[in-house]
Design a protein. Structure first.
Length: 422
């Protein structure tokens, strides 16, 4: 297996071109199952996860081709409604085929995703929602067997927790239902707005974009459309925090400052100069200026994103004060703490809260560490960039799930980083 090697302690300067959002590309790719014809998706990042979902669609009878960051996907000959455990176990987002398969074929057999490093990741809200639309769901042998005679029936769906993929699954299913569906307490992440835009472009009738109440008037049929994937706000935030931690000045291009309201405020509270305009964000992090300790509490959008919690914690290990990190979304999203402590960080966990006693800039030392999940891995990269000496990160397949061209983007900022065999 490969590992990532970082010679830390160097400032980062220059530009990073942000890729399309992984968590928007995945539902947009599965939404192509809803309509025959050739769909065009632009700005699609080439990641382990996008390659996985395309393999899954191939197994259902879909054909596709990639030209650069543009995908052409043809779901005309969709002829299978079963998503195998082999594929689903590697990526939980595979459950996003459930809604489109039920809407298009009236049946779906999808392996339960199983847990992952950050939590149990149940899909009970997805299943409850489909049952509200008339679907019969049976859970057996580790699979969800879902089917309905005829069309889905519009109804009201309420999410106890504003589930992102739950909202996306029900939204896609409702577009072809008989009658109107209300999704209450819907998630409001920008990736859902991107999906709403694609579905409307395909002929769906949807009201409430960007709010927690989505109203979908079902239609008989949808048509293939041409849609662009929005910039990846989590990749953007990860690089902003990396520059903050290492020191320097850099601009993120082809991004959307409006999709990071919480992070930009938190970085300013830490004492960093952050300015966003049009599709760029510039951050200035003077190394001689100490970092303030700032608390975060992860919340559904537009609150502070859980996918940027580990990265911000790495930054807080370098402040001159204490910071409290409260993870409210997932039950086990502190896997990076033990690894950061190997680099000298002073962090104490108490349930869903971690107390970070900042060491000041230069407080971390490089060490061999292990990646456990996608975002925990990126927090180790950030720590390695700021630490003195060499950091070696193993199991970097986690990183490759969500960060396109990570080594070249970091090298472009002046980082000393390369891959090597374990
Ligand atoms: C999406 O996961 C993202 N993945 C995650 O990003 C992100 O961390 C998460 O939303 C929260 O923002 C994709 O979009 C592909 P949820 P999702 O359903 O939809 C509980 C990354 O690093 N829940 O909003 O699976 C759940 O356990 C990944 O890119 C239920 O209990 O998250 C969690 O505690 C990691 N039952 C909370 O709700 C359900 O049926 C929020 O989960 C569904 C969710």
């Amino acid at each position: 297996m490969e590992k990532l090697v970082i010679e830390g302690g160097r400032e980062l300067h220059g530009q990073v071109r942000i890729s399309g959002a992984k968590n928007a590309a995945l539902p947009l790719i599965t939404a192509t199952l809803l309509a025959k014809g050739v769909h065009v998706l632009r700005n699609v990042p080439d990641l382990r996860d996008t390659r996985t979902i395309l393999r899954l669609l191939e197994s259902l009878g879909v054909t596709w081709e990639r030209q650069g960051h543009t995908l052409r996907i043809d779901a005309t000959d969709l002829n299978c409604s079963e998503a195998s455990y082999e594929l689903v176990k590697t990526m939980r987002a595979s459950v996003l085929v459930l809604g489109p398969l039920l809407a298009r074929l009236g049946r779906a057999r999808v392996s339960l995703p199983g847990g992952c490093a950050i939590g149990a990741r149940p899909i009970n809200f997805h299943i409850l929602g489909f049952e509200q639309l008339g679907v019969t769901c049976r859970l057996e042998h580790g699979y969800v067997d879902a089917e309905i005679d005829g069309r889905l029936q519009g109804n009201t769906v309420y999410f106890d927790i504003p589930s992102v993929t739950g909202t996306e699954n029900l939204l896609m299913a409702a577009t072809l239902a008989q009658g109107t569906t209300l999704i209450k307490n819907a998630a409001r992440e920008p990736e859902i707005g991107n999906l709403v835009d694609m579905l409307i472009g395909m002929g769906a009738e949807i009201e409430g974009r960007g709010t927690d109440l989505l109203t979908i008037h079902g239609v008989e049929e949808l048509q293939a459309a041409d849609t662009a994937v929005i910039p990846d706000r989590i990749e953007t935030g990860t690089y902003l925090i990396a520059v903050a931690a290492a020191g320097g000045e850099a601009t993120m291009t082809h991004c959307n400052p409006g999709h990071l309201p919480a992070l930009l405020e938190k970085l300013r509270a830490v004492g960093l100069e952050v300015s966003g305009q049009d599709d760029e964000i510039t951050i200035r992090a003077l190394r001689q200026r100490p970092l303030k300790g700032v608390d975060i509490k992860t919340m559904p959008y537009p609150g502070y994103p859980t996918d940027l919690q580990a990265q911000f914690m790495a930054l807080m290990t370098l402040s001159n004060q204490t910071a409290v990190v409260n993870e409210t979304i997932f039950e086990n999203r502190f896997m990076h703490v033990a690894e950061l402590k190997r680099m000298g960080a002073d962090i104490r966990i108490d349930g869903h809260t971690a107390v970070v006693a900042g060491l000041g800039r230069g407080g971390l030392t490089g060490a061999p560490v292990m990646a456990t999940d996608l975002r925990a891995s990126s927090s180790l990269v950030i720590a390695g960039l700021a630490a003195s000496g060499r950091t070696e990160i193993s199991r970097i397949y986690h990183l490759e799930r969500g960060y396109e061209n990570l080594v070249s983007k970091l090298s472009g900022l002046g980082a000393r980083v390369w891959k090597t065999q374990e």
